[in-house]
Design a binder for this molecule. Structure first.
Ligand code: KIV
Length: 275
């Protein structure tokens, strides 16, 4: 399923051209109705592999599959008209070789209509990023804390503190040189994020990074307060939908038990034409 050419939609080149301009507004989405809400206000909507933890109850992103990404990607495409839709490559779908990455990236884009893919990794993924971009697949890179590497990193820790800063700086330069159109900087010190943003020619999109990045991204269920299993320090809750939903369900349950729902306006008589 290819999404029709999106005349109104932003593309990867538009996002790249926003380097140093007004901040890029980015959010994740996994379903059609939420994608519609995000599309109204965002430049970029990411079908993140965080879907595994947020919607499927997985304890990490490692078990997310191509099939899950395809299903959610198709749903998001139906709700996205204006924003660039980017889709995450799941763990195991791109690390083996550039050819494997190309095959799976092309499949994800063709099957969902996404305008770009995102993959995790810095210098060690540079050859793959170059291979994809030279063959027509726009790539958003993701460095700093890379959740798919949680077992190797030993937890969801801040990356690039002290002497480790050079590693993240080199990763940023490598993915920019390889042709990525933007890079997510996750959980790195603010001063390092600012330094990288000043040095590289592609937009930096921060999550737990700095307000000085070229853009920001959050997991939508985190910022809406829908996912409340835990709250990373970098998340700001702009709403408290889980609490609101819980209160609504509690009221519904009480009304059903008291037989006060359904009320007269919710039931039908044997006359009339209204449905
Ligand atoms: O999967 C995801 O949601 C992400 C964002 C947090 C950047 O990678």
């Amino acid at each position: 399923m290819s999404r029709p050419a999106q005349n109104k939609a932003l593309n990867a080149a538009d996002i790249l051209a926003r380097k140093g301009a007004a901040p890029l507004v980015c959010l994740t989405a996994y379903t059609t109705p939420v994608a519609k809400l995000a599309d109204e206000h965002c430049d970029l909507v990411l079908v993140g592999d965080s879907v595994g933890m947020v919607l499927h109850g997985l304890t990490s992103t490692l078990d997310v599959t191509m099939e899950m990404m395809t299903l959610h990607g198709r749903a998001v495409a139906r709700g996205t008209e204006r924003a660039l839709m980017v889709i995450d490559m799941p763990f195991g779908s791109y690390e083996e070789s550039p050819a494997q990455a190309f095959r799976n990236a092309a499949r994800l884009m063709a099957d969902t209509g996404a305008g770009a893919v995102k993959l995790e990794g810095g210098r060690h993924m540079a050859d793959t990023i170059r291979f994809l971009t030279e063959r027509g697949i726009p790539v958003m890179a993701h460095i700093g804390l890379t959740p798919q590497a949680v077992n190797a990193i030993g937890g969801y820790k801040v990356q690039g503190r002290g002497t480790d800063a050079a590693r993240i700086r080199d990763d940023a330069q490598a993915v920019a040189d390889a042709g990525a159109f933007s890079v997510v900087l996750e959980k790195v010190p603010a001063a390092l994020a600012d330094d990288i943003t000043a040095r590289i020619a592609i937009p930096t999109v921060g999550i737990g990074a700095s307000a000085g990045c070229d853009g920001q991204i959050l997991v939508i269920d985190d910022m809406l307060g829908l996912f409340d299993a835990f709250k990373p320090k970098f998340v700001k809750r702009y709403a408290h939908l889980a609490a609101d939903a819980s209160a609504a369900i509690e009221t519904y349950a009480a009304e059903v038990r008291a037989r006060s729902f359904p009320a007269a306006e919710h039931v039908f008589t044997d006359q009339g034409t209204a449905s």
